[in-house]
Design a protein around this ligand. Structure first.
Ligand code: HEC
Length: 215
């Protein structure tokens, strides 16, 4: 009769355990990858019209009012997509038109390397304010009068084309040669980005803006 060996001293046991743990971790990673892909995939105009809120809404969110509201349940602010709102005089951009504007804005943002100074969705630098929620910055209200425009989107576009004319800090943004068309695309991109549910990131956006602008 062979002497009974403790299971902890058995090589087979450890080999099998390692194989199971590796296999389980691999399955978990694959599942999490698909879950993340689902979470960050862009919603459609139909979903948006039916009130289905995706973490990244359809580009047609630019036809809607976006506000930032405290969620007691989640303990931070979340973007809330409201009713229709004019954006450069229209609230009926199709998915293609809105998508084309966002692409124009994205190309402008990449070409002018805004991330050299700013942060977008966690990527970039902290020389200048985080742009993730810039569309929701209460500062723009005062910019409507300052730029002598009648809407927030026009005021932001004017600021982007002539930042040194309307500084809000002692540290100024340089003129980057942004055209009116590019500015429109960039403002659309900023509005869409602000509507993305980023789990409250950047933290304390409202208070940070207050501190920056001395409010
Ligand atoms: C060389 C650094 C630099 C680059 C590059 C730059 N910015 Fe800025 N930006 C600043 C600084 C500094 C401020 C704050 C000064 C101010 O508001 O007058 C600012 C302010 C802003 C604001 C106002 C933010 C707020 O809520 O207060 C927006 C919007 C903005 N920039 C957008 C852009 C975009 C879009 C690009 C790229 C096309 C860009 N910036 C490129 C330095 C830069």
């Amino acid at each position: 009769m062979s002497k009974k060996v403790s299971v902890w001293a058995d090589n087979k046991f450890w080999q099998r355990s390692a194989a199971w743990v590796t296999g389980f971790a691999a399955m978990l990673l694959i599942w999490l990858t698909f879950d993340s892909m689902g979470q960050i995939s862009m919603g459609t105009a139909t979903e948006l019209n039916n009130g289905v809120t995706k973490r990244v809404p359809s580009p047609t969110v630019i036809n809607h009012k976006v506000t930032y509201e405290m969620s007691e349940k989640r303990g931070h602010e979340v973007p809330v997509i409201g009713g229709k709102e004019l954006f450069f005089g229209r609230d009926d951009y199709s998915e293609e038109e809105a998508g084309a504007l966002l692409r124009l804005g994205k190309l402008g943002i990449q070409a002018k390397n805004c991330m050299n100074c700013h942060t977008l969705l966690g990527n970039g630098a902290y020389y200048a304010p985080d742009l993730t929620k810039a569309w929701l910055d209460p500062m723009w209200e005062s910019y409507i009068a300052r730029t002598e425009k009648s809407t927030k989107e026009e005021a932001i576009a004017e600021f982007l084309q002539n930042p040194s004319m309307y500084p809000s800090h002692e540290r100024m943004m340089p003129n980057l040669g942004i055209t009116a068309e590019e500015a429109k695309g960039i403002v659309a991109f900023l509005k869409h980005m602000s509507s993305i549910d980023t789990n409250g990131f950047p933290r304390n956006f409202g208070r940070m803006q207050g501190a920056i602008h001395g409010k």
